[in-house]
Write a protein that binds this ligand. Structure first.
Ligand SMILES: [Zn+2]
Ligand SMILES: [Zn+2]
Length: 363
């Protein structure tokens, strides 16, 4: 620890103004490059991996990053990253969600210990505006759920201590007994099937390995997503007991009603209002679309109230990217509620011109 510590941003090759997204990306690149499993017997790589992980653990925490930005290493030392008690697998497991797409089935650092189990899946509901759903969006989804406990890295063991193999079951989590010719196997009563016990439970989580935390997950909603569809975000569910693989997060999508458009699958329906004269003479109307472009629609002379015109390709995109639905435009005729004396006279004159016989019989 005598040597001078490198700047955390420098370690990850970033500017101090970098976004959280850039931070995650840079760390992921570093960690994948220097991960001990990919660089066996290379202490230099292991050092770089630890350095990057420490930098990321600080910068990825908004409070710690703010303190680091203000005070440098001195600002985060108290809450800094303690490598002494934690094994490499435990360090790695904290940021496991970043790697789930690379290492299906959990990080390779996690071994064949009987303890770790996959965490439960989580479900949340998220409301999107029609615009967000049709164009696609990235949104922070708020989750309040148990998360991996920081000090113990999810092991439940106090920092500096470790889980001990259960003496009763020798780490298998099960005990067997025989009665006559029959062998019975049951869950080990000493460790409740965990295979290990705690001498020093982590004071923060009382040995459970997780604490209740509010967190935000950035979820990418693909263009064209609709109500009652569900997105799966791997590795963002509950942490796995004893450092196991995290479960997945499922996001159920719900759409807010839109003022101008109704949605029916990939098709959209909207209404345009034209005057009686415009409908009779024909006109071109401009329809502002959800992506802020404008579609122009020609209405021929004699357009009737309620007529529906179809603009193909102006609806919502299919989620699989194969084309778009149609925009259905319903024509509505606006009837003026108040008329000037001159307008009244003109309309009466028009009426006589259009329907002289009707006026003659009615008058
Ligand atoms: Zn803990
Ligand atoms: Zn046991």
């Amino acid at each position: 620890m005598a040597e001078k510590k490198r700047c955390y941003y420098e370690v990850l090759g970033l500017e101090s103004s970098c976004s959280e997204e850039e931070l995650r990306k840079a760390y992921r690149q570093c960690a994948l490059k220097y991960h001990p499993d990919r660089n066996p017997n290379d202490p230099a790589a292991t050092t770089k991996f630890k350095e990057a992980t420490e930098a990321f653990s600080i910068l990825n925490d908004r409070n710690k990053r703010a303190r680091y930005d203000q005070f440098g290493h001195a600002g985060v030392e108290a809450g800094g990253f303690d490598f002494s008690g934690a094994g490499m697998g435990d360090i790695f497991s904290q940021f496991q969600d970043l790697f789930s797409e690379f290492f299906a089935g959990g990080s390779p650092a996690r071994g064949r210990r009987p303890g770790p189990r996959r965490g439960a899946d989580l479900r949340v509901q998220e409301r999107l505006t029609l615009k967000e759903a049709v164009l696609g969006c990235k949104k922070e989804v708020a989750i309040r759920a148990p998360a991996t406990c920081d000090p113990c890295g999810g092991t439940g063991a106090a920092p500096g201590s470790q889980r001990l193999q259960c003496a009763t079951c020798r780490g298998t989590g099960q005990v067997s007994s025989s009665r006559g010719f029959v062998m019975f196997t049951s869950t080990c009563p000493a460790c409740h099937g965990e295979g290990s016990t705690l001498r020093d439970p982590c004071p923060k989580c009382q040995g459970t390995g997780h604490v209740e935390k509010a967190r935000r997950v950035v979820v990418s909603f693909p263009a064209g997503i609709d109500s009652n569809q569900r997105l799966r975000v791997p590795g963002q569910g509950l942490p796995g007991p004893m450092g196991g693989e995290a479960g997945d997060l499922y996001v159920d999508v719900e759409l807010e009603p839109d003022e101008r458009f109704e949605r029916d699958g990939v098709d959209l329906l909207t209404r345009v209002h034209v005057s009686y004269a415009e409908a009779a003479l024909g006109t071109t109307v401009e329809i502002p679309l959800l992506d802020d472009s404008v579609a122009s629609l020609e209405l021929p002379p004699g357009t009737q109230p309620g007529d529906i015109k179809v603009l193909n390709g102006k609806g919502a995109p299919r989620v699989d990217g194969r084309g778009r639905g149609a925009l259905h435009v319903q024509v509505q005729i606006e009837v003026p509620r108040t008329l000037s004396p001159r307008a009244k006279a003109l309309l009466a004159e028009l009426e006589e011109e259009l329907q002289p016989s009707k006026r003659a019989t009615a008058g």
